[in-house]
Design a protein around this ligand. Sequence first.
Ligand code: ATP
Ligand code: MG
Length: 113
Amino acid sequence: MLKKIECFIQPFKLDAVKDALIDAGVEGISISEVQGFGRQRGYSEGEKPNKNVKFLPKIKLEIVVDEEILEMVTKQIVKLAATGKFGSGKIFVLPVEDAVRIRTKESGISAIT
Ligand SMILES: Nc1ncnc2c1ncn2[C@@H]1O[C@H](COP(=O)(O)OP(=O)(O)OP(=O)(O)O)[C@@H](O)[C@H]1O
Ligand SMILES: [Mg+2]
């Protein structure tokens, strides 16, 4: 079964997370620069929140994996993206119907390994 991880991390954590994911067996990653907020609405500790939210820069990673390595991959993200502070990020896991490697026409797990 294929699963998709969509996660949001602090930009300065990208290198460490990427290296750990390659070690965990991930064969492809897409990233984008996004802006977002979580439950602090973009305010850091000590700041006085007002009713406006602040969008902060984050990196979104999209990773489709065999569910066999899902737990290891999410554990590595949690370990390496952690900052000990608010805003370290969040991981979402989604089901994936299918995948196709266009060059070879392989589908399913063969398309991502
Ligand atoms: N429910 C959500 N839907 C979509 N994106 C989200 C959601 N929650 C968080 N994000 C994204 O994840 C980023 C990091 O979220 P963040 O780590 O601040 O979550 P949090 O729930 O506020 O946790 P914490 O209390 O540790 O800060 C946000 O900037 C946003 O881009
Ligand atoms: Mg937050």
